[in-house]
Design a protein around this ligand. Structure first.
Ligand SMILES: O=C(O)CCC(=O)C(=O)O
Length: 256
């Protein structure tokens, strides 16, 4: 099979998977608006366990102010989070086959009048951004997302601009996403987004998962991941972490 035929076969296989998993609507949301809400990506019990684990880390870190990162060493539920079929099919749609995990992080938003300012996740990128998606972020909703609950807010279609917002651009156009507990919200890294103030009591607990196209440098390094984490997961897990990347070179080695 030629390289071109292999690429076509992968595209056909992805198209079939999108059909089988009933993700056509999500694909058009991502293309037109730049973000989508994925329903039933995992059982509710998974989101309950995730919530408990994030709150446990939050407690251990004395109510972290900065997002904690490198959560793949924090338990099986985080390993499961990076291997969900529906989500990873949509990551593949955005970032191509062999996309890699870049960061696994979490946040707990309590009652506050402070919104998260509008920004794009294209850290390290000058402008214009590449014409295709290179980074994509998802948020796992362990609580209901409404405007009052402090939901993520988006400027629909802003990913088409291929640049960062400046001087408060997008603040007045952003709309809160509505998503029930158990949803995952996924967006193109070029999307302009932030979050809303939380006027409700209680906490909004979420996992943040950033993935990259395979040739984009990840934020986290997994070379030091606990060996038992690799042992208890399939080989595809190591590939997701970029550990089987045949272009990764740590040394300059002369050809013989
Ligand atoms: O917390 C949110 O809803 C949005 C988070 C965010 O802006 C991000 O992860 O880049």
């Amino acid at each position: 099979m030629s390289a071109a035929q292999a690429v076509r076969a992968k595209t056909e296989e992805l198209r079939q998977r999108i059909d089988e998993l009933d993700l056509e609507g999500n694909v058009s949301d991502l293309s037109i608006d730049g973000y989508t809400v994925i329903r039933d990506a995992a059982p509710l019990s998974f989101f309950e366990e995730l919530r408990e684990s994030v709150l446990h880390i939050n407690h251990r870190m004395k109510g972290f102010r900065r997002f904690p990162t490198n959560l793949l060493n924090e338990g099986v539920v985080f390993e499961q989070a990076v291997q969900l079929e529906k989500l990873n099919t949509l990551y593949e749609f955005l970032l191509g086959p062999n996309f890699i995990v870049s960061q696994v992080s979490a946040s707990v938003k309590r009652t506050t009048l402070k919104p998260f300012a509008i920004h794009a996740d294209m850290n390290g990128y000058e402008q214009p951004f590449p014409g295709h998606s290179v980074i994509a972020t998802s948020i796992f909703c362990c609580d209901d997302f409404t405007e009052e609950a402090g939901a993520t807010r988006f400027v629909p279609g802003s990913h088409h601009l291929r640049r960062h917002p400046v001087d408060g651009e997008g603040e007045s156009e952003a709309v809160a996403v509505a998503a029930p507990t158990g949803s995952i919200v996924l967006w193109d890294g070029a999307m302009w987004h932030g979050n809303c103030p939380r006027t409700l009591p209680g906490e909004r607990v979420v996992l943040h998962l950033t993935c990259n196209r395979q040739n984009v440098r990840p934020i986290e390094s997994y070379s030091g991941i606990a060996p038992e984490v690799l042992r208890r997961n399939p080989p595809e897990f190591s590939a997701l972490l970029g550990l089987t990347d045949r272009w990764e070179r740590r040394e300059m080695v002369r050809d013989r």
